[in-house]
Design a protein around this ligand. Structure first.
Ligand SMILES: *Cc1c(COP(=O)(O)O)cnc(C)c1O
Length: 319
């Protein structure tokens, strides 16, 4: 029988689940104080589940509004309780990270998006905070060494660095699990998903398996080597943009630049058209920026090689 025919509570699939959870903990350097869950509904379902589970009393949750997804997360939270934007760079169209806020210590949690996929900024150093920290790491999980133990909850829609769409990896420290709301439909409750070990309902068995293959690949390469390669890739591309009179990087502040999503623009519409045509001729696809930003975006996720970035830079330098 193939994986797709096996029962999701059967021994074979449970082994896949267990190996994947153990690898997540190993790669994050965390132990059994955390629960690892594979949940359906991608990233946006987490935008709902977080406030549903953790914003249940009279307290307020803080959100850092550093980009499109960060903003959507707080909009979802408004349905469930008091959610406040504590810092935002929306006014400048998210062209830099906002100033880290001073905050009251009785917040239910602080939500931060570690990498802003569409605008190309990334938090490389998140200041220490007293408040439970919840992070959307959809577009930079396992891309570099991170102290995951600083986060009470972190999650990632898997389709960027960790597998095929249709799943989210959610990692929750158990003390947060005990704080989570219990009077919820089971599908919306982290505590129930934890109790049922990610098979509360029919699991996305194929998605979990693909993510297991990715985790094995990440583990075999090692996060250190992946980080080194990601830094080399990003440096090569940003240098090419900064030194080419035809292009400009969207993010001027170098310390805010994302290693994963490099966003840039052509300096004239003629260059934009010519560059897109040259890319197409050279079999480079998907460099058009997100429809809400325009320009170009090169996403340098773990699976993209240094040689592929060299090819893109080669085409830029022919402009
Ligand atoms: C892609 C992305 C999401 C949305 O994920 P879906 O699975 O499409 O819901 C959320 N947050 C970030 C940071 C993303 O990059």
């Amino acid at each position: 029988m193939s994986l797709l025919e096996l029962p999701h509570r059967g021994k074979e699939f449970i082994e896949i689940l267990e190996e994947s959870k153990a690898l997540v903990k190993k790669l994050c350097g965390i132990g059994d104080e955390y629960e690892v869950l594979w949940l359906q509904g991608g990233g946006k379902m987490q935008f709902c589940m977080i406030p549903m589970n953790f914003l249940t009393d009279a307290r307020t949750a803080g959100y850092i509004d550093s980009g499109h997804w960060a903003h959507e997360a707080v909009e979802y939270a408004h349905y469930y309780g008091n959610a406040r934007i504590l810092a935002s760079s929306k006014e400048s169209n998210y062209s830099h990270l906002p100033e880290w806020p001073n905050m009251q210590t009785d917040l239910a949690y602080l939500h931060v998006t570690t990498n802003n996929t569409i605008y190309g900024t990334q938090w490389h150093n998140i200041p220490k905070t007293e408040v439970p920290l919840i992070a959307d790491m959809s577009s930079d999980i396992f891309s570099a060494k991170t102290d995951y133990s600083r986060f009470s909850v972190f999650y990632a829609a898997v389709q960027k660095n960790l597998g095929a769409a249709g799943l989210a990896l959610v990692v929750i420290r158990k003390d947060m699990l005990h704080k989570s709301q219990v009077v919820l439909p089971a599908m919306m409750s982290y505590a129930m998903h934890a109790r049922e070990k990610s098979v509360l309902n029919t699991a996305n068995v194929f998605g979990v398996y693909v993510s297991l293959l990715m985790l094995r690949w990440i583990d075999a390469r090692g996060i250190d080597a992946i980080e080194k390669e990601n830094k080399r890739k990003a440096a090569l591309l940003y240098d090419a943009i900064d030194s080419n009179g035809n292009f400009s990087a969207n993010i001027k502040e170098k310390a805010h630049r994302s290693l994963m999503n490099v966003c840039f623009s052509a300096n004239t519409p003629e260059v934009e058209q010519a560059f897109l045509a040259l890319c197409e001729k050279n079999n480079i696809t998907g460099v058009k920026g997100h429809r809400s930003v325009g320009g170009f975006r090169a996403s340098l996720y773990n699976a993209v090689t240094f040689e592929q970035v060299e090819e893109l830079v080669g085409v830029m330098n022919r402009m």
